[in-house]
Design a binder for this molecule. Structure first.
Ligand code: ADP
Ligand code: MG
Length: 476
């Protein structure tokens, strides 16, 4: 029998606000344990949570970008469980009345465009961290992360393959980065993903029993864990056994998942509305203000790069991957009016140099204006593509005006006919044997002569002119 995989993702996005969701303690990452804590973080008696307005604004931003309905009247709930890193004994989350519902995310999975439904987005606080020290034979608590704001984005079970799950997650990461809500760094835990996986016979409408895989902290792990889990479930179903609904852990060493605990039911958490926080009522004017400030979204930019700038789908995907690439591209091409060349310079020269030097795009020492000027100088035949690479090296190292670099280093292209003709003549005079061979029909030697002339000109002769004049001189 053939099975179809059914996958739904629960993604936690850690928000990059200044302070925590219910107190003024800093929500920045720090290596020093318990540096960012206050009485609210500890859940001390007599403390009360005060909602951080920025968190609501971020939730609205993401909700609107994902085409969600905004719940004008939403509520916080307490989710109860015991764990040492949760001092209050409950986590403040949203349950029956989350801030956003019924949205969708459109994204590209290879060549196809897919849409996955968003069930809900809710706001909640993060828990702290237990640190188990073998050396000191004890467990320690670090509450820096306790109270850091999260948005949980729950998808509909619309995803049909491991690869598609990874593509969905990449698109979500791209979106939260565009919206400047989070750095979306999976390795550092700013984006955390749980994957729900079940199988059903092809053609069947009813869903099968699912398992939930926790702790997937890279795109590769998401893909590998789901692939493994699908294969595991297929084997169980084929042997006639039922799937047990449970929570599983992915072990990246072995590439397998193993049972962690039987699945808890929501009733186990004893959810109820948090009496310390009044229901949140969101004004229409606030929603409109947030909507008005939304940036152009990745999918729209992708399409515009193809339709308005003539980029290929592949190039459009590379440039639209990050908002900072888009900004750089748009500003540079505005100067040189050559979008294709701008894209090539960004994706090969800039990305190549960054990789070679182990640097980030945000660390570039030159501006898009300067890249645009460099490309324009090539297009105007002031310098050759080869010389442009020399100019680029200096630009990359220390920035500056391409024109000034060219002047100072005497890199201007020689486009003076008679100067080039002199060099051509010299090259022919010094290589009489090759000249004879060329005239006897060895046309391949033209490249050799071009090379000789370029050498004489120290790379600055206009290659097209060199070519033309060489042919004239060789034929005469
Ligand atoms: P819980 O909070 O208990 O994990 P939810 O109903 O909120 O349960 O569902 C969590 C996720 O599980 C959602 O992303 C949803 O799409 C997904 N899901 C639900 N049923 C299935 C299923 N049969 N197969 C795969 N995923 C599923
Ligand atoms: Mg779950």
């Amino acid at each position: 029998m053939d099975y179809e995989s059914v996958i739904g993702l629960e993604v936690h996005v850690q928000l990059s606000t200044e302070s925590k969701i219910f107190s003024g303690a800093s929500s920045h990452v720090t290596d020093k344990p318990n540096e960012h804590v206050d009485p609210v973080t500890f859940g001390l008696p007599g403390t009360l949570p005060v909602l951080n307005e920025k968190v609501v604004e971020f939730a609205l931003r993401l909700g609107l970008a994902l085409n969600c309905d905004i719940r004008r009247f939403n509520r916080f709930a307490r989710k109860h469980y015991f764990y040492p890193d949760l001092p209050k004994g409950y986590q403040i989350s949203q349950y029956e009345e989350p801030i956003c519902g019924h949205g969708r995310l459109q994204f590209r999975d290879g060549e196809v465009t897919r849409t996955v439904g968003i069930t809900r987005i809710h706001m909640e606080e993060d828990a702290g961290k237990s640190v188990h020290s073998a050396e000191r034979q004890c467990s320690l608590l670090d509450l820096n992360r306790a109270g850091v704001p999260l948005l949980e984005v729950v998808s509909e079970p619309d995803i049909r393959s491991a690869r598609e799950a990874a593509a969905y997650l990449r698109a979500l990461r791209q979106l939260v980065r565009y919206l400047e809500l989070s750095d979306g760094n999976m390795e550092e835990g700013s984006l955390r993903c749980d994957a729900n996986v079940s199988l059903r016979p092809k053609g069947e409408m009813k869903f099968g029993t699912r398992t939930e895989i926790k702790n997937l902290n890279s795109f590769r792990f998401v893909e590998r864990a789901i692939e493994y889990e699908v294969a595991r479930q297929v084997a169980i179903l084929k042997s006639g056994e039922p799937i047990v609904q449970e929570t599983r852990l992915f072990d990246s060493e072995s590439g397998t998942t193993r049972s962690m605990r039987s699945k808890e039911e929501s009733a186990d958490y004893r959810y109820f509305p948090d009496p310390d926080l009044p229901p949140l009522q969101i004004e229409e004017s606030w929603i409109n203000a947030v909507r008005a400030k939304l940036p152009t979204l990745p999918q729209e930019i992708f399409q515009s790069l193809i339709d308005d700038y003539g980029l290929s789908e592949y190039d459009a995907a590379v440039i639209s991957a990050e908002h900072e690439y888009v900004r750089f591209f748009l500003e540079a091409q505005e100067v040189c009016k050559n979008p294709k060349a701008t894209c090539n310079w960004i994706t090969s020269e800039i990305f190549g140099a960054l990789k070679q030097h182990g640097e980030q795009f945000s660390e570039l020492r030159f501006s898009p204006l300067q890249l645009g000027q460099l490309i324009a100088l090539i297009d105007q035949d002031v310098i050759s593509g080869k010389i442009a690479k020399t100019v680029f090296e200096e630009l990359y190292a220390s920035g500056g005006s391409p024109n000034e670099i060219i002047e100072r280093r005497g890199l201007k292209q020689i486009t003076d006919d008679s100067a080039i003709r002199e060099m051509v003549k010299e090259a022919l005079r010094s290589n009489p044997e090759q000249v004879a061979q060329f005239r006897e029909g060895n046309a391949k030697l033209l490249g050799f002569f071009v090379g000789q002339v370029m050498k004489l000109s120290k790379g600055s002769a206009n290659p097209k002119l060199v070519n033309d004049i060489l042919l004239e001189e060789l034929k005469s």
